[in-house]
Design a protein around this ligand. Sequence first.
Ligand SMILES: O=c1ccn([C@@H]2O[C@H](COP(=O)(O)O)[C@@H](O)[C@H]2O)c(=O)[nH]1
Length: 601
Amino acid sequence: VQPEAPSPVAAPLRELPWAQLNFLHTTDVHGWWGGHLQEASYSADWGDYVSFARHLRDKADADGSDLLVVDTGDRVEGNAIYDSSKPRGKFTYEIAKEQHIDLISSGNHELYKAETAEGEYLHTVPDFKGSYLASNLDIYSPKTGKLEPLAPRYKKFTTKNQGIRILAFGFIFDFTGNANNTVVQKVEDTVKEEWFIDAIKDKEIDLIVVFGHVDIRSAEYALLFKTLRSVQWDTPIQFFGGHSHIRDYKIFDGNSVALESGRYMETLGFMSIDGLSTGATKNHGPVAKKAEITFARRYIDNNVYSMHHHSGKDIESFPTEHGLNVSKAIGEARKSLDLTHRYGCAPRDFWVSRRPYPHHESIFTLIEKKMLPQTMSKFNRLHSGGGALVVTNTGAIRFDIFKGAFTKDTKFLVSPFTSGFRYIPDVSYKAARQIIKLLNNEGPIALEMMNQNTILYPPEVHAARYRPHLLSSPETAYAGQAQWQQVLKGDGPETFPGYTTKDDAGTDGDDTIHSQIEFYSVPNCIQSTIGFETEDDRLPETVDLIYNEFIQKWILLALEYTGQKYTSDDTKSWGGGKSFTDIMTDWVEEHWGTKEEKCPT
Ligand SMILES: O=c1ccn([C@@H]2O[C@H](COP(=O)(O)O)[C@@H](O)[C@H]2O)c(=O)[nH]1
């Protein structure tokens, strides 16, 4: 753990369902190598995870079972360790590679920018040679300029102790927002490729593992399941997914399941399978598949209280020398980036989705009503004389603000992306005011976003489209507390708020028994009005339409639906390329800045 991490709180725990083959799974780490330094439940760091995996591997070796470690992408963007270093990612590759990962793939965040994809090619792929798979992802090699698979398409391997013969594929969803140095092949086209058709004919296998940066309830995984089943009618198939930032488990059929393990190093997914056939090993001949295959899952809260318990270690015996060195390297990286530098003190918590929107404790209400108007009314040239509308997407805001110190760390956790603002001057107000509605309604733009597999709101909100139980309704706010989980009462430790996952296997997946936290939906975009009152009779004829450049194509499309044809040539950079990250930080210094040594509690 990092020295400033809060100590985990004792809580009632469920055991790991250890079996013949076991997996540890991370996804959507987004650079949170240092763990959560304001939340005790997720306060373990990548070094602790290195120690934990070592102990579980030793346990597997001792009892003759196997353990495989999987990561399904989006390791970058979302944390100051990645986003504030120059070059971005300076420390990330060195930290990530310290974990022994058996199966690893790319997410969409590895591909948004050309240089990030090159980082994969030059660092992560060679660092995880033999483990990195790219079944539907190519890159124009920075060395030769030629298009080539980012990594091998698939691999077949045999587990160390049991001799389980595994055929593995590593996918990414049908992502369309990648920079032009990579090519993501749609899954529906990949399954028609000769190499894929040949690979899945192999009968000398005991298990197929499909892992990737893909929502486990997506069309892509449904198609892969159907295609595999049409050739391998009863071979067990284990899917690992990601991208939607949630804990989830899907049962495809009696021999096939899928696990998704959350986000931001909050969750270590544990998966186990019993009853698999095996090839011969030095200890035994081939073993036949049992009549019934048993699958089990557990979502481990990423803290050392859970890790000590599940590894059978204590504070003294848990940290390995390797793990300690990794934690030290993370600490040194954090120090060199000066991440504890304080810009101000947040007077209370502001939530991405733990409060309805609008709400005085919603981060979006804070941005819409205060941060953007108070900053932009000062800077904006207000070209049209009548004011401006500013539109930004909610998905650009990645994390909550907690009461207390707002540091360099906080700045990048909340707003890691580099996009600046652009504007179109003199847009008819009648048209401009339609934009927010068009972007947020279930109309033609939502349909087009769906076709392009694009979202503008947080991935957790998107996940709820297929899992409505994830979100509470603002009308019944706080009424549904703990509706799924039996809260334990008795002599043991008390429960406290945290994940209470409901998945295809029920409500007993989380290792830590929590009371429920409510989450609410938020729209695609929010809008601030600058320089005039919408309730006023004297509304402007024209306004400057300012927007986050990341959503430019959707702004132009929405304008087209209002009958106003603009192209990117009509747009201009606003504020000399100042990003929302900068705007927010300046606002925090001005409004929450204090000379006090400590933030008030
Ligand atoms: O530069 C960017 C990149 C992404 N976004 C938004 O992030 C989410 C998607 O996040 P995942 O972690 O890939 O699920 C989505 O809302 C994007 O629109 C962004 O705003 N800016």
